[in-house]
Unconditional design. Structure first.
Ligand code: NAP
Length: 188
């Protein structure tokens, strides 16, 4: 089966050094599933390792991309119930490729009522926001968000209110972010 992937083969500016490569898929490993990607978004966190900023733990060559959603094409016996299901193929090889082989135990099945668009971005920013709110409980507190127009801050602001924050104020740069929050005060 042919696969198209975006590779980082040396550190640098993403748009200058990333390259598209076509290869044939290898035999599927035991306990792995083969996923045909529907959507692979671009997150800030996808680009940081390309620049070398995480060079102490991620070195080229690697396929880029941490998030995305796809449909299971091939699943070995134990995992045959996943065939045809949409999953998040997390914590495996990069998601910026048309076919991702990932460890079935780490794949997250996606409920049918969640769209591809939402599922594809359900990992990095939602979990980062949730972890922050768990480590720094906001109940009864007044919260100030910087870069409040960012996707991560969008989750933080809404969930801070839900977790009992007294108020959430956001500082943002571009006026296009004004309408993003319903219950948030803004100052520019
Ligand atoms: N460590 C982790 O696990 C983890 C997880 C999630 C996110 N993050 C980090 O959190 C950050 C936000 O991620 P995201 O996906 O939410 O990014 P994003 O949606 O791309 O948002 C980035 C925001 O930064 C603002 N910004 C950029 N340069 C600015 C400047 N000079 N002055 C003022 N505002 C500026 C942009 O404002 P405008 O829209 O107005 O241009 C934009 O709203 C990234 O650094 C990301 O790597 C880390």
């Amino acid at each position: 089966m042919s696969n198209t992937a975006i590779w980082c083969r040396r550190f640098g500016v993403p748009e200058e050094i990333l390259q598209i490569e076509n290869t044939d898929t290898e035999a599927l490993k035991e306990n792995y599933i083969r996923v045909k990607m529907n959507l692979s978004p671009i997150n800030a966190s996808d680009l940081i390792p390309v620049t070398g900023a995480y060079g102490h733990r991620i070195t080229p060559p690697f396929i880029v991309g941490y998030e995305g959603v796809g449909e299971v094409l091939v699943a070995t016996d134990k995992w045959s119930h996943l065939k045809g299901r949409r999953v998040l193929p997390l914590r495996g090889p990069g998601t910026w490729q048309s076919i991702v082989d990932c460890n079935a135990e780490l794949a997250i099945p996606v409920p049918t009522n969640i769209s591809d668009e939402l599922a594809a971005r359900a990992y990095i920013n939602p979990l980062a926001a949730l972890m922050m709110l768990r480590f720094f409980p906001v109940k009864g507190k007044r919260v100030l968000l910087t870069a409040a127009g960012s996707d991560c801050a969008l989750y933080l602001g809404q969930w801070a209110i839900r977790f009992g924050a007294k108020s959430v104020a956001g500082i943002h740069r571009s006026p296009i972010h004004h309408k993003k929050f319903l219950h948030v005060e803004y100052c520019q």
